[in-house]
Design a binder for this molecule. Sequence first.
Ligand SMILES: NC(=O)C1=CN([C@@H]2O[C@H](COP(=O)(O)OP(=O)(O)OC[C@H]3O[C@@H](n4cnc5c(N)ncnc54)[C@H](O)[C@@H]3O)[C@@H](O)[C@H]2O)C=CC1
Ligand SMILES: O=C(O)[C@@H]1CCC=N1
Length: 272
Amino acid sequence: MKVGFIGAGKMAKALCQGFISTGLINKSEILASDINPSKLKEISRLGVQTTSCNREVVKKNDIVYVAVKPPLVREVLREVSPVVNPSNLFVSIAAGITTKTMEEVLPKGCRVIRVMPNIAVVVQAGACAYTPGTSAKNEDVEVVTQMLTCVGSVEEIPEELMDTVTGLSGNGPAYGFITIQGLADGGVKMGLNREQSTRLAAQLLLGAAKMVLGIDSHPEQMKDEVCSPGGTSIHALHKLEKSGFRAALVDAVEAGTLRSKELGKLFNKTAD
Ligand SMILES: NC(=O)C1=CN([C@@H]2O[C@H](COP(=O)(O)OP(=O)(O)OC[C@H]3O[C@@H](n4cnc5c(N)ncnc54)[C@H](O)[C@@H]3O)[C@@H](O)[C@H]2O)C=CC1
Ligand SMILES: O=C(O)[C@@H]1CCC=N1
């Protein structure tokens, strides 16, 4: 399989690393473009091919991931439009940018899929969602699903909920990282060394996630199993509830979702 990337930043690199490490794609079959030579140098360390020409990526690859920031998606799609051919499939990972916008800018009938992955694709533990454009075929959905399945979980989501996915799982690793840091700080405060405390914090979240995904039981029931009457967990949970922990998480997902919608309002405009 040959794959191109327009934009060779953090997410392109994470996806490339994920795809290469699963053996799904040979590193020499990936071509990435960027306007920043230092980004090209960085991604080339993975063994992928690089170019400063976005059009070259489209000419040489059927599947093209669009991995630039949301304000730049229209610009790069306009730039490559003259060289788009019927075998191209465009996969955008940009927050807020709709399939309609992509279809408007690209030549009529062009196949597009909007994907929201997260940075954990780098360790094949991404949480990804997609929504196909109006011209995308079943085979397009199949190939993108196959690629994303190699680097994490995949959900088909109606387009109107893609901003919510962005606020939840797209941003989510950042929520996870600061949660791990906070827990590790607690361990350090209570005497553990930083390294062991961080490992324990990360592993406990991994374990909780594996239980929720792997055991047919409600998280509330799992929580109850940890909390002995009069025990340590319920005392700790009381503190979390008093500090509004769950409500803060709801607020975070809401804020991320609304920001994704806001980006959409700003950069899906057709006024150009
Ligand atoms: N960082 C994350 O965790 C996630 C990011 N995303 C989405 O992925 C996209 C990329 O985000 P990041 O990788 O974080 O950003 P980034 O800033 O690391 O990468 C974007 C790259 O695009 C390059 N670029 C700028 N103008 C260009 C042009 N005209 N032609 C070619 N390349 C150009 C930049 O030099 C940069 O290397 C964004 O749209 C974002 O919404 C989606 C899910 C997660
Ligand atoms: O912060 C951002 O805009 C990107 C989108 C999803 C995760 N990071």
